[in-house]
Design a protein around this ligand. Structure first.
Ligand SMILES: [Mg+2]
Length: 220
């Protein structure tokens, strides 16, 4: 079947262990004297980096946002190590399955583009994703499928419709982004949401992990 695939990163392909990402963000905020924030309880799931940082910075303005972003990306690149990242079961299986069928595969993630590439390249996963829509410019995840789809159209010569796009993610926000665009929604239970919670948002399919992805893709 003719399809193209867009993957979320955190909770779907991998997770950052030992709260390394929060430690780095905390350090960056301290660097700017923004010590009033307690980020331990902050909800990151499914939110774009722009949305997360904007809420931390309040009304500080675009210039401050860009400065903080720059330092965050520098520190992420410097501090995030392979040992801080866990790649979920079945990820390699799913990606090699898509590679072997030469499927057009990209990212749909709230991460800043550079943050996404830093995380993936640490685990040698970067090269599976030729393009993507990222959280640099958009606070709302629902804007991202349109951006990814423009790139899909350019790369495929307009071969795909929104209903040929499969959006794979671990949160209700991923499901909502797929629904809002008319794409197929694949939810995975490897993030912070359980099967029951994801079911309530009516994805097209729920997989325990990406280990089940090739079978679903062949059958569906
Ligand atoms: Mg996620």
């Amino acid at each position: 079947m003719k399809r193209t695939y867009l993957f979320d990163i955190d909770g779907t392909l991998l997770t950052i262990k030992n709260l390394a990402n929060r430690r780095i963000i905390s350090g960056v905020l301290q660097h700017f004297g923004l010590t009033q924030h307690n980020i331990a309880g902050l909800d990151f799931a499914g939110r774009t980096d722009r949305c997360i940082f904007s809420s931390l910075l309040g009304h500080s303005g675009e210039e401050q946002f860009q400065l903080v972003k720059e330092v965050y990306l520098r520190e992420l690149g410097r501090q995030l190590k392979k040992k801080d990242i866990h790649v979920f079961d079945g990820v390699m299986r799913a990606l090699t399955h898509l590679e072997s069928k030469k499927a057009l595969t990209g990212l749909l993630t709230g991460n800043f583009e550079k943050a996404a590439r830093i995380k993936l390249s640490q685990m040698n996963l970067d090269h599976y994703f030729a393009f993507g829509a990222f959280g640099d410019d958009h606070a709302d995840r629902n804007d991202l499928p349109h951006i990814a789809f423009q790139q899909i159209a350019e790369r495929s010569g307009g071969r795909f419709k929104p209903s040929d796009v499969v959006i794979i993610g671990d949160t209700p926000r991923d499901i909502e982004a797929a629904h809002s665009f008319g794409a197929i929604s694949v939810a995975v239970c490897t993030g912070s949401f359980g099967r029951k919670q994801l079911e309530a948002h009516k994805p097209d399919v729920i997989l325990s992990s990406l280990d089940e992805f090739p079978e679903w893709d062949r059958a569906a």
